[in-house]
Write a protein that binds this ligand. Structure first.
Ligand SMILES: C[S@@+](CC[C@H](N)C(=O)[O-])C[C@H]1O[C@@H](n2cnc3c(N)ncnc32)[C@H](O)[C@@H]1O
Length: 469
């Protein structure tokens, strides 16, 4: 009988053949981890079926490593995984990718890099080697570093001089979205996560679903929720960065994901789509370009709306559908009555159940019979097979994650599991299973009719479509 190890190797090999062939057909060499990233060099090239193939090969490879590596080592490595996060933040905040971009392939000695950044070279050296050990930056000669495939993506699109001279405009270029997301995750998210256990076992906070009773509140020593904290004038830099970070994380999705997630084209001309908690308008603008005959109202907190109005991306897309911004608190009655669609992307995952009920109840009050609720969220899969006849399997459009044995759904990088824990540390929110979503929505008068999923592991947001009942 074939061993589990050999079965995993075969799965890797079979899927690598598919990826190799696809690269050859496109005339693309296998990307080198040593060279800076070039557009179009992504192995799956944004093609959904190749993304599934790549995902399966990665799952099998990680599972293989998990089996053959000393388990004690795995546990210890996992317990210090925050150091990658710490190192990445340091590198982005100090603009190392930009310094090395200007230095070119020869790279720069750590002493020179440290002098430019005005930091201690021994400390910076240990950070950069930690990253180089994960293929982020490359040590081209002893203590000499250059950009490589991964680190080059941390370049925010401005020169080191520009970044130093105007620190308030660091995340201005569209390509800075990835770096903005990295620092959001490794600054406020990492700090909040560090206090998750304290918040979870604090007698006052332990069983609370209040947004200000989370790891975030403990870490930042505040009575305010993450959102209230971010609205403060002295948090302008973090607020701006968060807005850009949201577009950065969207960059990891297949292009046009919100466009194919709902039958927008079937809405009548002039139909109104309200993007509730629409941030700086990232999703609405994408839809506005694709569906110029609709009209979009982006609602968010006042300070965010102001950022959205100012954003260059908004001015650049004047010829698309009408997009207006409106300050609105989604816990209060919605000023737009009976729109065609209430769209919410990455909103419900920010809140505990009691608050999701409040948000969706307000929308239910404002909805007409024909209003549709379109919620874009990750759907968390179970890590076991679904029992026969389970309610989740009956929702039209649902994709149950299926992998060829011995590959399992448990995957070290499962985005939905991590995102869920992240939301909980920040705001007591969470990602949810489909059963949880169906029950939660039903409790406030919304029936989930169907879902549009692109894959079943929760790596990408799904569109959950609900009707008022
Ligand atoms: C995770 S972001 C999602 C933004 C946007 N939907 C996107 O996907 O790019 C959550 C948004 O909810 C907004 N928000 C938080 N509390 C709010 C409230 N009470 N009323 C309206 N918007 C709120 C935040 O300002 C933020 O822009």
């Amino acid at each position: 009988m074939k061993s589990t190890l050999k079965a995993l190797v075969e799965i890797i090999s079979k899927n690598i053949d598919v990826l190799d062939d696809a690269l050859e057909k496109r005339g693309c060499p296998v990307p080198s981890l040593d060279d800076p990233f070039t557009p179009g060099s992504d192995v799956a090239n944004g093609q959904p079926e190749l993304m599934v193939t790549a995902d399966l090969a990665c799952r099998a490879a990680l599972q293989l490593a998990q089996i053959i590596r000393l388990p004690q080592l795995t546990l210890l490595q996992d317990s210090v995984s925050h150091l990658t996060s710490v190192s990445m933040r340091t590198a982005v905040e100090l603009h190392i990718a930009e310094i090395l971009n200007e230095a070119g392939p020869e790279g720069l000695h750590i002493d020179v890099i440290a002098e430019k950044c005005n930091v201690d070279s021994t400390k910076l050296g240990s950070i950069l080697r930690c990253l180089a050990g994960r293929w982020i930056f490359k040590e081209v000669a002893p203590d000499v570093y250059a950009n490589n495939r991964l680190s080059s993506l941390l370049d925010k699109g401005k020169s080191f001089g520009e970044l130093k001279n105007s620190p308030e405009n660091i995340y201005e270029k569209p390509q800075s979205g990835l770096s903005a997301a990295v620092v959001h995750f490794s600054d406020e998210c990492l700090k909040s996560s560090a206090f998750f256990y304290e918040a979870m076992t604090d007698p006052k906070l332990a069983f609370s679903g209040e947004a200000n009773h989370s790891g975030f509140s403990r870490a930042f020593n505040t009575e305010k929720s993450y959102w209230e904290f971010s609205e403060q004038p002295d948090q302008l830099a973090r607020r701006r960065r968060f807005g850009v970070a949201m577009s950065g994380t969207q960059g990891m999705e297949p292009p046009g994901l919100p466009i194919v997630g709902y039958q927008w084209g079937s809405l009548p001309d002039g139909a109104t789509v309200v993007d509730v908690g629409g941030g700086v308008g990232t999703v609405a603008l994408q839809l506005a370009e694709a569906f110029p005959k609709l009209q979009f109202i982006v609602q968010d907190l006042p300070a965010v709306v102001e950022e959205g109005k100012k954003a260059k991306r908004f001015k650049e897309s004047k010829k698309t559908a009408k997009v207006t911004f409106e300050a609105h608190d989604f816990f209060t009655p919605n000023p737009v009555k009976k729109p065609d669609v209430f769209l919410l992307k990455y909103i419900t995952h920010d809140w505990s159940d009691m608050y999701v009920k409040k948000i969706l109840s307000q929308l239910r009050e404002a909805a007409g019979d024909k209003t549709r609720l379109v919620v874009m969220e990750r759907i968390v899969p179970y890590t076991c097979p679904l029992p026969e006849g389970h309610v989740v399997a009956k929702v039209p459009g649902v994709i149950q994650p299926q992998f060829p044995p011995p590959v399992t759904i448990a995957f070290a990088d499962n985005a939905s599991f991590k995102a869920s824990a992240l939301m909980m540390t920040l705001t007591n929110g969470q990602e949810r299973t489909l059963k949880h979503i169906v029950d939660l929505f039903a409790s406030v008068g919304w029936k989930v009719e169907s879902v549009v999923q692109f894959e079943g592991s929760g790596a990408l947001p799904s569109n959950i479509c609900a009707v008022p009942v």
